[in-house]
Design a protein around this ligand. Structure first.
Ligand code: THU
Length: 181
């Protein structure tokens, strides 16, 4: 017999004493706010489907050039979907966010602790297959992927649950080229 599908947890279910996937309530709230804001930056005149993505970075490396640089370091990097009149050329929010972060070197200097995605859909939308593979390149399989719907209800799954038996660098004999060095 089919098991009932559990309802996604609501924001109210997060308390200071119940961190989700090693995220504090404040970090979780910051991810929700950033992904929700990122939705407003989407360029999606064709689908009109706004997607915001937010990446929570790991801690910055210890600074030697003084505190100013540390203050400028972001905690979260955002992205949004960017479409194109030639439809397949468009890029998803997750890949825009990761591309931005990677060219800043954050995959090496900080790493990624969580990925959040927000849409205006009635139920949480999950990353497309291409984005799952793209995330796989830069994030550990245990990384939480948080999917928010239009009401901020959410589902959290680990990357390995979204992309089981994944193909990665080790399949090509390369060990963690994109991870913390
Ligand atoms: N989209 C994303 O940004 N991320 C996904 O994981 C799924 C789909 C975008 C692509 C396109 O701009 C719009 O949503 C409709 O497919």
């Amino acid at each position: 017999m089919q098991q009932p599908i559990p309802l996604p947890p609501t924001l109210d279910s997060i308390t200071a004493t119940s961190p989700i996937h090693r995220l504090s309530p404040a970090e979780f709230r910051a991810l929700l706010d950033a992904a929700t804001d990122a939705k407003t930056k989407a360029y999606c005149p064709y689908s009109k489907f706004h997607v915001g993505a937010a990446l929570l970075l790991g801690p910055p490396p210890s600074q030697t050039e003084g505190e100013k640089k540390q203050e400028e370091d972001p905690t979260i990097v955002i992205g949004a979907n960017v479409e194109n009149a030639s439809y397949p050329v468009g890029t998803c929010a997750e890949r825009v966010a990761l591309g931005k972060a990677v060219v800043e070197g954050y995959h090496v200097t900080r790493g990624f602790r969580a990925v959040a995605i927000a849409t205006d859909a009635e139920t949480p939308a999950s990353p497309c297959g291409m984005c799952r593979q793209f995330i796989r390149e830069f994030c550990d399989l245990s990384t939480p992927i948080i999917m928010f719907d239009k009401s901020s209800n959410f589902i959290v799954l680990k990357l390995e649950d979204l992309l089981p038996l994944s193909f990665g660098p080790s399949n090509l004999g390369v060990s963690d080229p994109a991870k913390l060095g």
